[in-house]
Design a protein. Structure first.
Length: 94
């Protein structure tokens, strides 16, 4: 009785390659997705937004007079609030 190892070796090789491939591919792809999220956070250009410009002016004024965020503005739209805060930080020099 002689057994052939050929089919068993092929099955074992296939299982190992799937296992290694399943581990390597997600790890290799992870930096790509992190870069995408990072770019998304910094891709917003508020420079022409009125609330951003208002934030820059007030940030510069507070910096010039050594005040700490003297006017706490609150806007209805979340995007306007983000633009104002980004402009304020830019005006403060942060």
């Amino acid at each position: 009785m002689r057994m052939s190892l050929g089919p068993r070796v092929r099955v074992l090789a296939l299982a190992v390659s799937i296992g290694v491939g399943g581990f390597v591919l997600p790890v290799a792809g992870a930096p790509f997705f992190q870069d995408q999220d990072h770019d998304k956070d910094h891709a917003t250009d508020y420079s022409k937004n009125k609330t951003y410009q208002q934030g820059v002016r007030e940030g510069q004024d507070d910096h010039a007079h050594n005040r700490d965020h003297s006017k706490k503005r609150h806007f209805k739209k979340d995007e306007d609030q983000k633009a104002y805060e980004a402009g304020y930080q830019k005006g403060r020099g942060n």
